[in-house]
Design a protein around this ligand. Structure first.
Ligand SMILES: Cc1cc2nc3c(=O)[nH]c(=O)nc-3n(C[C@H](O)[C@H](O)[C@H](O)COP(=O)(O)OP(=O)(O)OC[C@H]3O[C@@H](n4cnc5c(N)ncnc54)[C@H](O)[C@@H]3O)c2cc1C
Length: 336
């Protein structure tokens, strides 16, 4: 046994680290276990995009309101944990701009026409590499480089065993393992839910090019300001888990992104990540049936946007507080 935290979080993606930082901010001692290396969260563009995600999904007002409430947790969350939040809005280029503005208005989002398309103040962004670093350094959070191989529980606590032979104990465990296979020892219903998470591969390219004033999006393509220039993304490849970059696709996307920007630039190596999705596109967040077991999984295209909301639901569950207004929609066992 190497230590005894209050909570062990398995997985250091955005959901695991947001949950860890939230819990530590509430006074819990939290250990996060992850082997390290790239994941979906480090591949992402960092958009907090309730408006444009709803526009491209042709979403409902209820879903739009949930995503907006998730976004509205960000200012307090970012300030508490030292992330820089860019509230610079988004520009959209596409056909039938009046119809797009009307659709956004019907879902409760502000937008207005510009000469080239529309602009909306509703979508924000964070820088993903700096954000993950800040969350991992939150006071009260300890990150351990290891891979969890097995879980088991007695009446009081969880035993967490790593593949390198280390063991930890805690009253609460948060499973935030992205699209990984279920860890050995999970209760059958939870293992089935984890095993049913659907992978969607995504690829984007960092490009050293002059950034636009705010994220710039069009059908199937976005250009987002980022450290060193912009990122241009992203593919949506259902059912794929492989992470070898597709250089031909990257070159075509970068060419389209530079044309959209009207600029020149040099592309870096593409980043690939695997998003996890549930049938309704919302994450699995909160207490599972087993005492002390909590899930923070499968936020699909909106892991960054939904990070603070998932973290609040997980922390409320661990503290036995009354569930917030969005906990039922994210019930981790709704598909069990
Ligand atoms: C190209 C791309 C662009 C995107 N852009 C955006 C965007 O702009 N805005 C947005 O909101 N979302 C975006 N997303 C979606 C977002 O990135 C994901 O929804 C989110 O990162 C998922 O986070 P996660 O914590 O669930 O999983 P991950 O980030 O995959 O983290 C899971 C972690 O669990 C660890 N793990 C797995 N098994 C074990 C084990 N046994 N023991 C220990 N650790 C383990 C892994 O090592 C990994 O670090 C994008 C995704 C992609 C691929």
């Amino acid at each position: 046994m190497t230590s005894s935290p209050d909570v062990i979080v398995i997985g250091a993606g955005v959901l695991g680290l947001c949950s860890a930082a939230e819990l530590a901010g509430r006074g819990h001692a939290v250990t996060v276990i992850d082997p390290g290396g790239p994941n979906a969260s480090s591949a992402a563009a960092g958009m907090l995009a309730p408006a444009l995600e709803c526009l491209s999904d042709d979403s409902t007002p209820e879903r739009a309101a949930l995503l907006k409430r998730a976004r509205d947790l960000w200012p307090t969350f970012a300030e508490a944990h030292g992330l820089t939040l860019h509230r610079d809005g988004v520009d959209w280029r596409g056909s039938d701009i009046p119809a797009a503005i009307a659709r956004l208005a019907a879902m409760g989002f502000e937008a207005r026409a510009t000469r080239a398309g529309l602009t909306s103040p509703e979508d924000w962004r964070v820088e993903v590499a700096a954000g993950l670093k800040a969350l991992a350094r939150a006071p009260g959070v300890t990150v351990i480089r290891s891979s969890v191989a097995r879980l088991s529980a007695d009446a009081r606590r969880w035993r967490v065993e790593s593949s390198d032979g280390r063991t930890w104990f805690a009253a609460s465990v948060v499973l935030a393992t992205g699209v990984a296979a279920p860890i050995s020892g999970l209760p059958d219903r939870v293992a089935a839910v984890v095993g049913a998470i659907e992978p969607w591969r995504g690829q984007l390219s960092p490009v050293s090019a002059p950034p636009p004033p705010r994220a710039l999006r069009t059908s199937g393509l976005y250009v987002v300001p980022a450290a060193g220039g912009v990122v241009m993304g992203a593919t949506m490849e259902r059912g794929r888990r492989d992470i070898v970059p597709d250089m031909e696709e990257a070159a075509a996307r970068v060419a389209a992104g530079l044309a959209l920007l009207g600029a020149e630039g040099e592309a870096g190596p593409p980043r690939v990540g695997i998003r996890g999705a549930t049938p309704d596109g919302l994450p699995l967040a909160g207490a599972a049936e087993e005492p002390g077991l909590h899930l923070a999984l499968a936020p699909f295209r909106n892991g960054w946007l939904l990070g603070p909301l998932v973290a609040a639901i997980v922390a409320d569950g661990i503290e036995g507080r009354a569930p917030g207004p969005d906990a039922a929609a994210l019930d981790p066992l709704r598909f069990a």
